[in-house]
Design a protein. Structure first.
Length: 598
């Protein structure tokens, strides 16, 4: 794992008081485990020298008892380390999941566009889980090896310096093997993660678009595409596993050579009478005792290499700055308006360009010099072809994005000068893609109501459902408004989801309502009834109606025609038929010849 990622991850752990407490306790317990692990060979030394070689059974028994005491104490501390490590891991997992989720909800639409929803889901689940696992293993392993090495060398130096030399020669070889594996294995595991991401993307696309794949008879093509990514993943994973498979035999070879060297040097010293046989046992035990955490470290290193990309991706989200933020002195919209919000919306010389990956506006704007006013109580329709900038225009009202030039005002107040939360109290959008949540129909309709501070009483759920032409299919269900809504509204048709989304917005009775092509799945007759009901129910509220079908805008007070991000015509239906060739062309292409009395 890169040093920068380690520092950033440790900072995140240390910033959490609970995680910090468990981490400190775990390392104190680890220190206790290491102390007793180092004492066990000393008990063996005394048992051999003072018991077996001296023929003293009492020393043998005492040595065995002390070994048992030290082993039990080591096991107790090891259990505490594992328990505390689990707490640290779960705290880190919980904190990262919560932090990433909260950060995503704070990000602007532009940030989410660039990060992509499917990628965010991987970061919230797979990446966080991998980091949690690595943190738990690291807490129990990373410091154990260096503590054991330092302790063993110091004790051997106190017994006989030449025994310490064996350990000092042995350790660099082991560490060199591990370092070589880390250097060669880390890129291999990063390649595995990259291949896994590619496979995951194809899998998500195909699962979401399985009906399209079947409809266009592209099963064989998509199967081949998936198999290609699957084999790439297999090849990358095989290379990584081959590198891991070579590690253990290499370590075993080094250990056996180390033991042979220890017996050679130790045996020579025993024959010379320089040391006692028990000291040789101490060296052998320390060689083996040091190898255990080193072997565990060798198992951990691939996990750390795998988690490197996960840590980077998680921290990327956490450190992303939202494109749209509240000013330090931002007030609520109601406060800035001096009381109740009326709902007058004005676009004043507005231009807009989406931000590129580097955070700077693209050179080609999506909207150009937009001047438009919507008065309270008006229905303003935005008409245009796909890509003309209709949705972008109305999204500027709720600051999904900030204007590149000009300003958008509500009751004369620049929307950038008020808090986003108060802005969405007064403005409610119904988006192109209706989103329903698992639960009941009634819970979905009450999702955003009641709302404090918008100056209007919420609408009854049943009344809103009637207005949105949703009451029929809802009340026909056995459980009515308590009927189940499956994930993403999968048990409703597209038109039903649209009508439920409209009803949910009507329950709030906002001062400004944005309907972003939300009746596209409805037939013309139903669409007309919904619009008439909205006009009656919303009263003095301002309504923006985005549409591609001209039938949806015929009764609007003001119709604005957009082409390539510019307003090319505005007026009522009759005015535009007389004055705008663009509007007339749209009418004729969709509804046929213009009536003679128009």
């Amino acid at each position: 794992m890169r040093a920068t990622n380690i520092r950033r991850l440790l900072a995140a752990i240390w910033a959490d008081p609970r995680g910090r407490r468990w981490l400190v306790l775990s390392q104190l317990a680890l220190l206790g485990q290491v102390v007793f692990d180092l004492l066990i060979p000393q008990a063996i030394r005394n048992l051999v020298n003072n018991g077996i070689l001296a023929g003293d059974i009492n020393s043998v028994v005492n040595g065995a008892l002390w070994m048992a005491v030290f082993a039990v104490a080591s096991a107790a501390f090891a259990t505490a380390v594992a328990w505390f490590a689990a707490q640290v891991g779960e705290e880190v997992g919980h904190r990262l999941r919560s932090s990433v989720y909260r950060r995503v909800t704070d990000l602007s639409w532009g940030n989410i566009d660039r990060l992509e929803t499917s990628d965010l889901l991987v970061r919230l689940t797979t990446d966080v889980n991998q980091v949690r696992t690595v943190v738990t293993s690291s807490v129990t392993t990373l410091l154990r090896a260096p503590l054991m090495i330092v302790g063993a060398i110091l004790i051997l130096l106190a017994i006989e310096a030449r025994l310490a030399v064996v350990m000092i020669v042995f350790l660099p070889i082991v560490i060199g093997v591990l370092a070589f594996y880390q250097r060669t294995g880390a890129p291999l595991y990063r390649a595995v993660l990259a291949r896994f991401d590619g496979l995951n993307q194809v899998l998500q696309e195909n699962m979401a678009g399985v009906r399209v794949v079947k409809a266009f008879v592209r099963r064989d093509y998509e199967n081949d595409r998936f198999e290609h990514h699957n084999r790439d993943l297999q090849a990358a994973a095989t290379n990584a596993q081959r590198a891991a498979a070579l590690l253990n035999p290499a370590l075993l070879l080094v250990v056996n050579l180390g033991l042979a060297g220890a017996l050679w040097v130790g045996g020579d010293l025993v024959i010379d009478g320089t040391i006692e046989l028990g000291s040789v046992f101490v060296l052998l035990n320390y060689l083996v005792a040091v190898m255990i955490p080193l072997v565990l470290l060798s198992v951990l290193l691939p996990q750390i290499a795998s988690a490197d990309s996960s840590v980077g991706r998680i921290l990327e989200v956490l450190e992303t700055q939202a494109d749209v933020t509240d000013k330090p002195d931002a007030r609520s919209l109601a406060q800035a308006a001096g009381g109740a919000v009326r709902g007058r919306v004005a676009f004043e010389g507005v231009s807009f360009a989406y931000l590129g990956p580097d955070g700077t506006p693209n050179p080609t704007p999506v909207l150009h010099d937009i001047d438009l006013v919507a008065e309270p109580g008006q229905i303003v329709a935005i008409l245009g072809s796909t890509g003309s900038g209709k949705s972008t225009l109305v999204n500027l009202i709720i600051r999904s994005y900030d204007v590149t030039a000009g300003r958008v005002t509500i009751d004369g107040i620049d929307v950038r000068d008020v808090t986003r939360e108060s802005l969405l109290t007064a403005v409610t959008p119904v988006l192109q893609q209706p989103s329903l949540f698992s639960g009941t129909i009634e819970a979905n309709l009450r999702f955003g109501a009641p709302v404090e501070g918008n100056g209007q009483a919420p609408v009854d759920v049943v009344t809103a459902a009637h207005a949105a032409e949703a009451s029929g299919f809802v009340e026909d269900r056995p459980d009515g408004y308590q009927g189940e809504v499956k994930r993403r509204g999968a048990n409703f048709s597209g038109g039903q989801r649209q009508r439920l989304s409209i009803a949910r917005a009507l329950v709030r009775r906002p001062r400004i309502l944005i309907l972003d092509d939300t009746t596209s799945a409805l037939d013309v007759a139903t669409e007309g009834r919904v619009q008439d009901a909205i006009r009656d129910l919303m009263g003095e509220s301002t309504v923006f109606l985005v549409a591609q079908r001209i039938s949806a805008v015929l009764t609007a007070d003001v119709i604005v025609v957009l082409e390539e991000g510019r307003i090319v015509a505005r007026g009522s239906h009759r005015e535009l038929l007389r004055s705008s060739p663009e509007y007339r062309a749209i009418y004729e292409s969709q509804l046929g010849a213009v009536p003679a009395d128009a």
